[in-house]
Ligand binder design. Sequence first.
Ligand SMILES: C[S@@+](CC[C@H](N)C(=O)[O-])C[C@H]1O[C@@H](n2cnc3c(N)ncnc32)[C@H](O)[C@@H]1O
Length: 399
Amino acid sequence: MSEVVELEEAERRSRELAAILPPRISPPFTGSFIRSATLYDEYILRLTLRIFRTTGLAKAAETPGTTDELVARAGFEPARARVPVDWMLRRLGHRGILEQREVDGQSRFQLRGEVPVLDPAEILEAQRRQDASWQPSYVLAEMVAQDYPVFLRGERTGEEVLFSPSRLRLWVNFFSNDNGLYVVNNLVGAAAATELMPPAPVVVMELGGGLGSGAAALLDELRRSGRWADVREYRFTELVPFFMRRGQQALETRFPDASFLKFGALDMNLPFAGQGIAPGSVSLVYAVNTLHVARDLDFTLREIFAALAPGGRLVVSECIRTAPAQAIYIEFIFNLMETFRSPVLYPPYRPNGGFLAPEEWQGAMEAAGLIDVRIMPDIPSLRARFPHFQVGAVGATRP
Ligand SMILES: C[S@@+](CC[C@H](N)C(=O)[O-])C[C@H]1O[C@@H](n2cnc3c(N)ncnc32)[C@H](O)[C@@H]1O
């Protein structure tokens, strides 16, 4: 059964959230946002069903099997397909299309009956009527869905599917404050970073700044809250040259008076000191949805620790997993990326690739020597009532 909620119910949830969220964080979580999130979840489910039917995975699941068995039966390339197929099976299990049974510590999946045929276009139309600003997220998901079969069969890498030159425009539209889905990450991050920013003079370094939407939201918030003048330097860093150029252009156009803006390439998987970042020189390290693709999260957190001055802060805004093995809609897209699927693992705080739970962020940051870890909003206390509240900022301090 569809989990799409009508606007009236979404507005009731929005009011309930507003009563418990910190006032700085609650504004983006309107009824329209909450309904749109359920529409997008349904859209992704319908794309998933299409892939499930057309790739032979549904046929493979007519008899029970583990993820690895179903991957083999469907003739997919195991190294690439394992994580995305496991995600699809769990998502379809949650929806009741597959039966999921735990046998000897492993999940086994089996089709319950006919695979429903549900039209994604109906949902896209409902989204257009609700809030057309979510469109770039739909376009990206549809593009990815078209190439899922060749990806699963091992004929194209996920990076080729996602980042071919003709598709870069889709990312410009996706990582944008005009995209109703993405903007909330930037607003929550900007609110948290402003609240946790150390006193003046502040040297900010942003990691994976991309197309500049996270920086733009933070600069707007610093101006609004009267902290603009406290910034001595805002070092915007990024790995991918195309994103960097576009990000720089966007920020210089939008903030011509931000003379503190500096731009430089930085790969968070390599030592920062060799990339122009002096140890102890930064007061705030900021990153929006970037640290979860660090190849070795512990290494990157230790580099951040070393770059921070004593008393300096790390603030990350991230998509947060609120239950173990929860299948989050946006993973449908990012599961194609090798860096997302298969980072270096550190049980218990990095037990899998992709997004982390609040306790895992806390464990990872503390293991790197950071203290006073704070989650904004307090997702652990929200998650029983709002299991789909999956946006949060995590802050920590270098002692
Ligand atoms: C979710 S995006 C951030 C989007 C950005 N906040 C924006 O508004 O456009 C994550 C960013 O991390 C960057 N990234 C990926 N691997 C990286 C690495 N090893 N070092 C630094 N940045 C990296 C990506 O190129 C991408 O721009």
